[in-house]
Design a protein around this ligand. Structure first.
Ligand code: ATP
Ligand code: MG
Ligand code: FE
Length: 350
């Protein structure tokens, strides 16, 4: 099927067009710059930016793929989780498009969409099940067990407080680096010593592991970095930004990879799929690949344009649902900011 996907859960307006498992276009407009001076995504600003970007993005995606709107077989949209106002803009647009074109509409889960992105990666072998997936971005840090993309996705664990990308953004801010902090920390860390400062690994002690084996916590780490920097400044000593950045990054990467590989081991699953914008982090990719190889786990990393929020992954998920015979969604659904990952499609018609 020829599917047009709309993604507006955070600050990216993503329009993607896929045919079956083939990517035709993936247009992404980000309002990131508008949020920079606030140090994080401002929901109202994001929603208005989506409204402005949607129409031109749809036109650009159609032009890029050489497809006419009338040729689209189905419309797909993220119904959650994400920012309520931002989601609402995409949901409204998708309903309008589906109704006016008289085409079926598939309302799908954003997190499962991140996993579906893997299917569009031409260079990779087909995704095998079950697979463990680690999704890390500015809004989420989730460890999933995927038995089947269209029917069975289980949440193993998630962050109890800040998302990993959010931690990068907050620590960058307290080091005086601009937003978004991930790339800035990465750059600063390049010349630093990752073993210079022993920052805490959240929820990693034996007592925590009993209850929160697959959960994450990054707010304690952020506070530890803040304390360390404050003490330096109070003592009138310069802050070694490169060492702090490298040590902080190491703490985040270590916990992410350790817990993801523990999930693989525990479930006897020799496959780990990475997704989300934080995957841009070189250290995270390298550590996952290295430690994965040492444990016999194949680590899959789709191209970055498919890892950050995009519409193609939403279209890909709908395409899979259609190919497995699922019915479209009714119009009786709205934006659901806390949609659980187990709800792969919402409001399927009976
Ligand atoms: P969502 O959570 O809904 O997926 P988002 O817009 O917050 O949306 P992404 O766009 O996928 O998430 O990723 C942005 C996040 O990734 C930001 O927090 C940014 O700091 C982080 N990031 C980007 N590059 C890097 C990097 N090289 N290292 C670490 N973090 C990074
Ligand atoms: Mg983003
Ligand atoms: Fe996302």
């Amino acid at each position: 099927p020829l599917v047009l996907g709309i993604e507006t859960s955070c600050d990216e307006t993503g329009i993607g067009i896929v045919r079956g498992r083939t990517l035709l276009s993936n247009t992404i407009a980000s309002s990131m710059d508008e949020h920079a001076r606030y140090g994080g995504v401002v929901p109202e600003v994001a929603a208005r930016a989506h409204l402005e970007a949607l129409q031109p993005s749809i036109e650009a995606a159609l032009a890029e793929s050489g497809v006419a709107l009338a040729d689209i077989d189905a419309v797909a949209v993220t119904s959650g989780p994400g920012l309520a106002g931002a989601l609402m803009v995409g949901v409204g647009a998708a309903k309008a498009l589906a109704v006016s074109l008289e085409r079926p509409l598939y309302a799908v889960n954003h997190l499962v969409g991140h996993i579906a992105a893997d299917i569009l990666d031409d260079d990779a072998e087909p995704l095998e099940y079950p697979t463990v997936a680690l999704l890390v971005s500015g809004g989420h840090t989730s460890l999933l067990l995927v038995r089947d993309l269209t029917t069975d996705v289980e949440l193993l664990g998630e962050t109890m407080d800040d998302a990993a990308g959010e931690a990068f953004d907050k620590v960058a801010r307290l080091l005086g680096l601009p937003y978004p902090g991930g790339p800035e920390i990465d750059r600063a860390a390049a010349s630093g010593d990752p073993t210079a400062i022993a920052f805490p690994r959240g929820l990693s002690r034996a007592s925590d592991m009993a209850k929160h084996r697959y959960d994450f916590s990054f707010s304690g780490l952020k506070t530890a970095v803040a304390r360390w920097v404050e003490q330096r400044e109070a003592a009138g000593e310069p802050v070694p930004v490169a060492d702090v950045a490298a040590s902080f990054r190491e703490a985040v990467v270590d916990v992410l990879v350790t817990k993801a590989l523990a999930a693989c081991r525990d479930h006897g699953v020799p496959r780990l799929l990475l997704g989300g914008g934080v995957i841009a982090n070189r250290r995270l990719r390298d550590t996952a690949l290295e430690r994965g190889a040492a444990e016999g786990v194949t680590v899959r990393i789709p191209p970055l344009s498919l890892c950050t929020d995009n519409g193609a992954m939403i279209a890909a998920l709908a395409s899979e649902l259609i190919m497995s015979g699922r019915q479209p969604s009714t119009l009786a659904f709205g934006a659901d900011s806390t949609l659980p990952v187990t709800e792969i499609q919402v409001a399927e018609s009976s």
